[in-house]
Each structure stands twice: as C-alpha cells, then as structure tokens.
Design a binder for this molecule. Structure first.
Ligand SMILES: O=C(COP(=O)(O)O)N(O)CCCCO
Ligand code: NA
Ligand SMILES: [Zn+2]
Length: 305
C-alpha cells in the first residue's frame, strides 16, 4: 500500500531497524525494489531525485505509485534531494508521499527558513518531510563538497534545527558520502556522533551515501568490461550499528547502478547476438534484487511489514 514516509520510518526508529530508500530511474529498478520488499515482507521507500524526475517524469512516478498502491507491504514515494520549495511542492502534486528539502548548503538560519516553509506546506497536505543538517563529503548531485568543507552534524544544532523546523526526519552527516568511492578501504563512520544525536532526538534519522559497494559486484562489473577504480562503500556492520541508534532511513543508489549495469553487461557479453530488450534488462532486475535483498537483511527490515 502507498503510505507516507512517517508511516514507515516512525516504527523503524522505534523498532531499531533501518528501511532502505532506493533510487529508481525506470520500470525494472522499481520492480526489483518493490517485488523484493514484498517477497521479504519488508517496508520500503522508493525515491526519485530531481534528475530522475527530469528523466522519467510523471510516467515514471505513475509506475511507482501504481506498484506501491498494489503492493502488499508499505511503500512510500520520496523526493530525494529536493533543491527548492517549488521542487518539493511539484513532487507532492505528482503524487509523492514524502519529500526532502535539502537546504544543507545554506547557513543554519537559511536552512531553517527554507525547511520550515516546505514543512508547513507539506504537512497541510498530509505529506512528511526530510531535511538535512551538515554536509556529506563526495558529490551531492548538484553540489561538489570537497572533504575540507564537508562538515559533520553538530548534535546540539540538530536539536535546535528539529525544534525550529518541525522536520519529520533528518539526514545527518556522519562520515558517509555519495557515490562508489567513499574512502580508501573502510569509510570512517562517526558512531559516537550518531549515538549522541540519537540520545538527544526522537525523530527518525537518515543516512545518505549508504551503498555498500559489494566487492563481488565490483569484480563482476570489471569482468564484464566495466571500468572502475578502487571502489568502496559503507561496511555492513557500520550500518547495522547505526540502525541501533536512530538511523531509520538508509539511502541506496550506487549499489543499484552497479548491479543493473552488471546484469546488462553480462547479458550482452554472454551473447553478442542478443537484441531482445527483455533478455538484456531482465538480468539487470535479477542482480538488483539480490543486492536489495542483502541490504534489507543488513538493515533488519525483513519481516517488519
Ligand atoms: O544518498 C544517496 C545514495 O548514496 P549512494 O551513492 O551511497 O548510493 N542518495 O541520496 C542517492 C542520490 C545521490 C547520487 O547517487
Ligand atoms: Na533523501
Ligand atoms: Zn543523498
């Protein structure tokens, strides 16, 4: 069934498990996400970035909304990294049931102002809101934040920000970063900071940049002709530890990008004569389902629907 982000995340924080929020850009990715959630009896969030909305528009949103409505587990459609009040409202008009307003590149006051505006409008329409305080390292889609400027979330500021904005859930910067290159070897996750923020707050917390970049997938990617440097993602045990301390929404995009590309490259290299799109995109769905299943088991959301 199609629900809001709060319907999924409030129980997740209370139950100390994480729920994957997976980015989609087409039908096969959406099917892999929602069918795997149903098979494992797991709640799930499907998210679209502004780039995905540009790419698939209402057509793609309608695919998500229809699958979500017919799903036998709770599914929310979430706007990922909404960059403005207008963008958030447009997503709500498109049928999104959860929106992020990412004003984290502003100073505290402007972030509060922008976030509060979206919260008031979204709440008037029964939609729940994610906001962000602190900046991830890595590339935030439209913003390049290099390491020295990336700053982690201050626990006291987080308390103030939540009080002043009414945000429903909060993305915090705790050492993760977007993309396939999260650090040399095991990326540093500031668990003390997560635990401090969790002890001072009661709303669901969000971890961006939470792809694990499984080495097995990276090796298959290279073996099937893909080129990638030494890729690294967040360790399963770091994610598991974080879900015990307030992290309830866990954003995953890169793992699906790698998995779908592995499926497609393997299909094409295995049979150069193939040109039936179902034989090319079908395998992508398979590999993505495996990766999604692993993530749901790591987060502890299996059987929670
Ligand atoms: O936090 C994430 C995903 O992080 P990851 O790149 O670890 O999958 N997102 O918000 C997805 C969009 C960012 C570009 O991928
Ligand atoms: Na988001
Ligand atoms: Zn993100």
């Amino acid at each position: 069934m199609l629900v809001t982000g709060n319907d999924i995340l409030i129980p997740a924080r209370a139950g100390q498990y994480g729920v994957g929020s997976f980015n989609t850009n087409n039908m096969e990715i959406t099917q892999a996400i929602i069918h795997t959630a149903e098979r494992l009896r797991s709640p799930v969030m499907v998210q679209m970035s502004e780039g995905a909305i540009k790419y698939g528009g209402q057509d793609l949103a309608n695919i998500v909304i229809d699958l979500a409505r017919r799903a036998t587990v709770p599914v929310a459609l979430h706007l990922d990294h909404g960059s403005s009040y207008e963008s958030a409202l447009k997503a709500i008009k498109m049928g999104f049931t959860s929106v992020m307003i990412d004003a984290s590149h502003h100073g505290f006051e402007d972030n509060v102002k922008e976030t509060r505006r979206v919260v008031e409008a979204a709440h008037a329409m029964g939609i729940s809101v994610e906001s962000e305080l602190g900046r991830l390292g890595g590339i935030e889609e439209h913003i390049v934040v290099d390491e020295k400027d990336a700053f982690l979330t201050d626990p006291e500021e987080a308390v103030q920000f939540i009080e002043q904005t009414g945000t429903d859930y909060l993305a915090i910067a705790i050492g993760t970063s977007h993309g396939a290159f999260k650090g040399k070897g095991r990326p540093y996750i500031d668990h003390a900071r997560i635990e401090k923020i969790a002890s001072l707050t009661s709303i669901p917390l969000v971890a961006h940049g939470s792809s694990g970049v499984p080495q097995e997938i990276v090796e298959r990617f290279r073996a099937a002709g893909g080129q990638i440097g030494d890729a690294a993602g967040i360790a399963d045990e770091d994610l598991q530890r974080a879900t015990g301390f307030g992290i309830a929404k866990v954003n995953v995009d890169t793992d699906l990008r790698l998995a779908s590309t592995v499926g497609i490259r393997e299909a094409l290299t295995a049979n150069p004569k193939e040109f039936d799109p179902r034989k090319i995109f079908g395998p992508a769905r398979e590999v993505m389902s495996q990766v999604i299943e692993h993530k749901m088991r790591v987060l502890g959301s299996v059987g929670k629907a």
